[in-house]
Design a protein around this ligand. Sequence first.
Ligand SMILES: *[C@@H]1O[C@H](CO)[C@@H](O)[C@H](O)[C@H]1NC(C)=O
Ligand SMILES: *[C@@H]1O[C@H](CO)[C@@H](O)[C@H](O)[C@H]1NC(C)=O
Ligand SMILES: *[C@@H]1O[C@H](CO)[C@@H](O)[C@H](O)[C@H]1NC(C)=O
Ligand SMILES: *[C@@H]1O[C@H](CO)[C@@H](O)[C@H](O)[C@H]1NC(C)=O
Ligand SMILES: *[C@@H]1O[C@H](CO)[C@@H](O)[C@H](O)[C@H]1NC(C)=O
Length: 385
Amino acid sequence: MTAMFLLNYILLGFALCTGSPIVSQLSSYVDRPCGKDPKHLWLDIVAVVDNSKEMTDDGVLSIAGELSSLFSHAEQLGIDPNQPRTTRIGLVTYNEEATVVADLNNITTADELSNTLFAALTWTSSVEHSYLQTGLKAADDLLAKQSFNTSRGHYQKLVIVYASEYRVSGTQDPLPLATRMKTYLTIATVAYRQDIVVGFNDALTKIASPGYNFTNFNGNNVVSELKTTMIQVNCYCPNEWFQMRSSSKYGVCIRPFATMATRTAARLSCRNQWNNAYMLNEFTQMKHDFVLQVIGNITTFTQPYYIGLSYSNGNWQWDQPNGQPLIPLEHWNNWSPGYPTASSTDTAVINVNTSWQNTNPSLSNMYICEVAACDSANYCAAENI
Ligand SMILES: *[C@@H]1O[C@H](CO)[C@@H](O)[C@H](O)[C@H]1NC(C)=O
Ligand SMILES: *[C@@H]1O[C@H](CO)[C@@H](O)[C@H](O)[C@H]1NC(C)=O
Ligand SMILES: *[C@@H]1O[C@H](CO)[C@@H](O)[C@H](O)[C@H]1NC(C)=O
Ligand SMILES: *[C@@H]1O[C@H](CO)[C@@H](O)[C@H](O)[C@H]1NC(C)=O
Ligand SMILES: *[C@@H]1O[C@H](CO)[C@@H](O)[C@H](O)[C@H]1NC(C)=O
């Protein structure tokens, strides 16, 4: 039993007895979750609210309440020259036509947002029906004018739709437009009335990005669902990086490099990528399987490849970003039978087929880099994306 092992054992015992912070240190051997800090989201959002008579006065008023409680953290709205992590929100109402009530630069505090919402959404308009296409189009135009191709071009964009009905007429079919919009932004939908017209909820679900179709009935907490949506939408990987996900996203991005490099060169290459990336960590079978899936889709990438594990100071340890200590390998491992071999020179680790083997770091292999996703805990500047 090594001294290190004994020490861990004692610390673990200590942690279990006291519930001390050591527990969180141990549990940091997990795949990074998406940043969940609601005060530091950085998004451009347009709320698109149906204000036709179908919606009813009670309906629009409660939407005003929901949208203002969604942004109860005053410090994050608008643009702050000293703090890039801010959210802008615009408001569009629509019936047979759309109205931009507030563009993306009008609202700079939570109070202004509340005032704007309650002024616009205390009563419905006098128009009977609504065409979602008009509301979507207004949101798309607003984002094209004020967000894409601006200094906030790299901010993720979210359109939140509240609809009471789904009408299609002539050119006013929302689906083709929504399908196009979803290639560059996220649409969340809230079906604001029971399925009076059969198929309403299904039709609206087709407008939404996958997983972001909500309803306000059956006691659903729309505010909490939309808060989660904002956190998830804000959590993304830069171009050419692949985001780890199961039912929801992880705050982890990986990128395979189909070039041959020694381990030292591979590690340096990762560090020269975006935001101090490092070599791939595989803490879990799930991550390992995700990586195999990603490379299975890249024909130029071939096995074996370097992962971030290496032997130093008497331990197998995972690579980390510049300036952070390496992380010792814990319980889950994936060694091929007979590995790791006892060797003073085979200190690097490659993945061969589906498991790990130690090898000589001077050999050239392809490699995989990893980096934290862009999210509320990790701002990514445009030039880095
Ligand atoms: C929003 O801002 C624009 C200019 O940026 C201004 O013309 C417009 O009046 C403002 N609207 C509201 C509702 O404050
Ligand atoms: C942004 O600029 C690019 C290149 O100039 C252009 O192709 C694209 O259509 C623009 N996008 C928007 C939403 O205006
Ligand atoms: C959202 O869409 C999924 C998949 O189509 C569906 O199973 C789910 O019931 C929908 N959720 C709501 C709230 O409509
Ligand atoms: C790999 O490609 C398949 C088929 O195009 C796709 O469904 C899957 O999501 C891809 N997997 C990853 C991890 O990119
Ligand atoms: C990978 O697995 C295949 C099929 O099991 C086998 O033919 C091949 O030799 C293995 N490659 C290596 C490098 O072990």
